[in-house]
Design a protein around this ligand. Structure first.
Ligand SMILES: Nc1ncnc2c1ncn2[C@@H]1O[C@H](COP(=O)(O)OP(=O)(O)OP(=O)(O)O)[C@@H](O)[C@H]1O
Length: 607
């Protein structure tokens, strides 16, 4: 019995064909522009499975995680029949067991509380941007969000990683589950989790009771969970019925979790590449966070090599339509079981093992990347708070002392763009650091400008110190190599985050000490060049910067080092300041030879 095909040539699973939810299962990959016969993997595989009992992974509602018995006739001669069980082919123990970045998080919390938060509270930052960060927001372990259609193997993947069940897990997850480390196994219901001061879920109450009853924290002692939190999400079914019955905005909750996650894993099943409208919307909600997204084409050993290639191609084609990134999305092929059944296709085993190893490597670099991301976010937030303070202080200054307050306030709101320009000139703030003028104008309506705080130099200086001294110092604690680079070298699908791939760290600086001060960096000349490279959100990536830097005539090895030094945030992009410093370093080499470059970036070169 094959799965019935819908009008678009997509394949409906038995589940979706019986629950009345299949109507909207638009397999995104097979819109009218796609030839209908472009991919028929699921049909072929499943048409072979009348007596297998294998349900395409659709045993939703069942309480057993065991798959149906595999079909001998489906198995090609390459299948191993040696009863392999619990074979991942990978040593999972190389995922870090302890979080070595605790100290970084602790110091970040102190810097934020003492030096940045006062700036936020003095100038009503919360009313314009977001509420103050709590300790648990900063101290939270790296989070991995798992997202996908129903029965794509998300829960099984978690069990595979932690090598056990987690409390309160069952097949057919109908709720959000935060799987976390803890001294004992327990389940914390959503309402309690959303008010717990030591859990990073306090903002979730905004999604209401309907959501909180569908949210739980599952804690258990587990070494992997000491380093990260895994978020299991409800399997997405097609159709309005499910969406309406949920009673909360699924896409918004996904957005909330994705913003706080360090990695988002999108799950697909090689048997059925459905992307329902709700899944599509959830993927759209990841916009702007594409660098965190990885795709897992799961159950890859349930199809043979030829079918797998076709599914892979179809998936890439589909993803290209939903996720608009300059880089090709990284897709891991795999089959993640706690206990792998014996009769699966083995013809791609070496590939699948290599892919699993890559994925685990990605997970292994998570604590470090998450710590860097957190420092980055605090830096971004502090810069925003600083500009915000300048704007609010400026508006206060523009108010009359006694008469005509209301009309002056209206005038200032109307000419807000002009006021932003004044602030930009008075305080030398880069234009890119300003908030969206329309949103800011709307928020301003709720305030009386005369009640705003005046510019307070002491509060601003303290925040400035955090930005120029404390936070760069924290960044220095991260070794000068970039694991993203290692990842990209292993990974033919994503471009290197830096444009160059070799590095010599033994160079010594012979230039006068004054050269290594940020004040000597020629930012004015760097500005037009940077702008001509079309920065996105104030940054340029490696592929944009590379042609320009190659034009300097320096060797790739030297430019590799220039990039490493200049990208002090280690995010694989250059901000305008980082770019100006990169050009400064290039000039150092041009005048002093290759040995002019220091082995690490002097602190004085940080803005
Ligand atoms: N690698 C795999 N190969 C084949 N079948 C699998 C694999 N992983 C899981 N399954 C089967 O797929 C079904 C669904 O698995 P699981 O519950 O983990 O998916 P899920 O994505 O969490 O589902 P839901 O979203 O509905 O909660 C189960 O019957 C499970 O045994």
């Amino acid at each position: 019995m094959g799965y019935p095909h819908d009008k678009k040539g997509s394949v409906s699973s038995p589940k979706s064909s019986t629950d009345g939810n299949s109507n909207n299962t638009g397999r995104l990959s097979y819109s009218s522009s796609q030839p209908q016969d472009s991919y028929d993997g699921p049909k072929r595989v499943l048409s072979h499975s009348p007596s297998t009992g294998y349900n395409g992974g659709s045993s939703r509602g069942s309480t057993s995680s065991a798959p149906g018995p595999p079909l001998p006739s489906r198995a090609p001669s390459t299948i191993h029949r040696n009863g392999i069980s619990n074979v991942s082919g990978i040593n999972r123990s190389f995922i870090p067991v302890k979080d070595e970045y605790r100290e970084v998080y602790h110091d970040l919390t102190q810097i934020y509380k003492r030096k940045i938060k006062p700036l936020e509270t003095t100038y009503n930052f919360e009313g314009f941007h977001s509420g103050p960060l709590t300790d648990s927001d900063i101290l939270a372990k790296p989070m991995v969000l798992l997202l996908g259609q129903y029965s794509t193997g998300k829960t099984t993947f978690i069990k595979h990683l932690i090598e056990s069940d987690y409390p309160g897990s069952h097949i057919g997850t109908d709720r959000f589950v935060a799987v976390m480390g803890g001294s004992e196994s327990r389940v914390i219901p959503g309402n309690a989790a959303a008010v717990a001061a030591d859990l990073p879920f306090r903002g979730l109450d905004r999604f209401g009771q309907a959501f909180l009853t569908r949210f739980q924290v599952s804690q258990c002692p587990n070494s992997l969970l000491d380093s990260m939190t895994l978020i299991d999400t409800p399997g997405i079914l097609a159709g309005d019925k499910q969406r309406i019955e949920r009673g909360y905005d699924f896409t918004k909750t996904i957005e909330w979790f994705a913003q706080r996650s360090d990695l988002v894993l999108l799950f697909f099943d090689s048997h059925k590449l459905d992307i329902s409208d709700e899944f599509k919307n959830s993927i759209f909600a990841l916009k702007g966070q594409e660098e965190k997204v990885r795709v897992i084409l799961n159950k890859s050993d349930m199809v043979d090599q030829q079918q797998l290639m076709r599914v892979y191609g179809a998936l890439m084609w589909s993803l290209g339509k939903v996720i608009q990134t300059p880089e090709v999305m990284r897709v891991y092929l795999g089959s993640f079981w706690l206990n792998r059944p014996p009769n699966v296709f083995e013809d791609c085993r070496a590939l699948l093992d290599a892919e699993q190893a890559d994925l685990l490597k990605d997970l292994r670099s998570l604590p470090r990347n998450a710590a860097i991301r957190k420092v980055n976010e605090i830096v971004k937030r502090a810069r925003l708070a600083k500009v915000h303070a300048y704007i609010i202080g400026h508006l206060k200054k523009e108010m009359p002392a006694v008469f005509g307050k209301k009309s002056r306030q209206r005038e200032l709101i109307r000419d807000l763009q002009g006021e932003f320009l004044k602030v930009q000139q008075i305080y030398s703030v880069p234009a890119g650091d300003f908030p969206n003028v329309t949103a800011f104008r709307q928020s301003l309506e709720a305030y009386k400008f005369e009640n705003f705080a005046k510019i307070s130099q002491p509060i601003l200086s303290v925040a400035e110190e955090a930005l120029s001294v404390d936070l760069p110092k924290i960044m220095k604690r991260f070794p000068q190599h970039n694991p993203l680079l290692e990842l990209s070298q292993k990974n033919p699908f994503i471009g290197p985050p830096e444009p160059f791939n070799s590095l010599n760290t033994n160079m010594k600086s012979d230039l006068p000490p004054s050269y290594w001060h940020f004040s000597s960096v020629d930012r004015a000349s760097a500005h037009p060049i940077f702008q001509s490279l079309n920065p996105i959100e104030g940054k340029i990536n490696g592929s944009t910067a590379k042609p320009y830097l190659m034009g300097t005539g320096l060797s790739v090895e030297v430019l590799a080092k220039v990039w490493m030094l200049a990208d002090w945030t280690c995010d694989g992009y250059l901000s305008e300041d980082e770019f100006a410093v990169a050009l400064h370093l290039v000039r150092a080499v041009e005048s002093g030879g290759e040995d002019a470059l220091p082995s690490t970036l002097p602190e004085s070169l940080l803005p």
